[in-house]
Design a protein around this ligand. Structure first.
Ligand code: NAP
Length: 299
């Protein structure tokens, strides 16, 4: 008997729909395809989807076309209202085959948005996995995101190849959606505090007649240093605000944090002040700049 006779048949490639090809969705789609999945990608502005075309990435004309026959649907869209708009365009459950399709919802939303997403998933016959990510554009390009996941155990095997393609690790937190989103907001609260803290420290140095770079140089390698701080301080000192995470999304997420804190009865003074700074920079016309542009809010 040859070994060929006992080899299992090759598994068909996982079919993955990626809805949203922005700063994060585009590299995630590329990495999912590079892991051997068949990807259909849709984006509201079609050029971002068509520029991803490759042997196993097919741009789709609409969300339903991207999701047709998908095993897993990934949403990486701006916010809950964009998600609702896009996912509503998919056929309802009674008009599609009863196959169990997993919906990896990876955009950042608020805890208050989860029940609506669950209702939408039920209407579309999808199993919702709440799976926001930590990490900006560069980790997304490198497939090094940290995925926070909350969803039924029965979905893990089906979605893990997709999560492994986009991330360095997945932290499964719960079997019910919502826990991952709550943790994501708590983590973003720290990310924003760090970014605003760096911005005010560098701006103060400059105001006191010092080179802002002195702050980052002095802290480098010490207990107060982090790679994230160095990257953002470098952006602030150089004025290069090429976006990894936009001010527009920072306004959106800061508002989610403030709203969730109010709902939980937690005073979030820094998050409120940070939201004011991000809105000020947005009003100055820098909504598409990187969140490090909070530096400009000190002027
Ligand atoms: P982005 O570059 O601004 O992309 C946003 C995406 O949402 C684009 O595909 C955009 O389409 C789409 N969109 C917005 N409104 C829409 C609507 N009404 N209908 C349909 N599509 C709509 O943002 P991103 O950085 O990729 O972030 C995507 C999500 O991940 C956000 O929830 C963000 O908070 C979260 N996130 C971002 C980072 C990061 O570092 N960038 C990290 C973790 C999580 P168009 O191209 O047509 O505008």
């Amino acid at each position: 008997m040859t070994t060929d006779a006992i080899s299992p048949p090759p598994r068909p490639a996982l079919r993955v729909a990626v809805l949203g090809a922005g700063l994060m969705g585009a590299p995630m789609a590329r990495n999912i395809a590079a892991a051997g999945c068949q990807v259909r990608v849709w984006n509201r502005s079609p050029d971002k989807a068509s520029s991803l075309a490759a042997p196993n990435i097919t741009p789709a004309a609409d969300p339903a076309g991207a999701a047709l026959h998908a095993d897993v649907i990934v949403t990486m869209l701006k916010d809950a209202s964009a998600i609702a708009e896009v996912m509503s365009a998919l056929p309802d459950a009674d008009s599609v085959p009863a196959a169990s399709v997993c919906w990896l919802q990876m955009s950042t939303v608020g805890p208050a948005d989860i029940p609506g997403l669950e209702t939408l998933a039920a209407r579309k016959g999808l199993t919702l996995i709440d799976a926001p990510v930590l990490g900006t554009r560069q980790p997304a390009e490198a497939g090094q995101l940290l995925v926070l996941a909350a969803g039924p155990d029965s979905t893990k095997e089906a979605v893990q190849p997709v999560l492994d393609a986009v991330g360095k690790a997945t932290r499964w937190l719960d079997t019910a959606p919502g826990t991952a989103t709550r943790l994501k907001l708590a983590l973003n609260s720290w990310v924003f505090a760090l970014t605003h803290g760096a911005a005010e420290s560098l701006a103060l140095a400059r105001g006191l007649g010092l080179a802002p770079e002195l702050v980052a140089d002095t802290l480098r390698g010490g207990p107060l240093d982090t790679p994230f701080f160095q990257i953002k301080a470098q952006a602030m000192a150089s004025g290069n605000f090429t976006p990894a995470f936009t001010i527009d999304n920072a306004v959106k997420d800061s508002a989610l944090i403030v709203g969730a804190a109010q709902e939980a009865g937690v005073r979030a003074d820094l998050a409120e002040a940070g939201l004011t700074r991000y809105r000020r920079v947005q009003a100055q016309g820098h909504g598409g700049a990187d969140m490090a542009a909070t530096y400009l809010a000190s002027q």
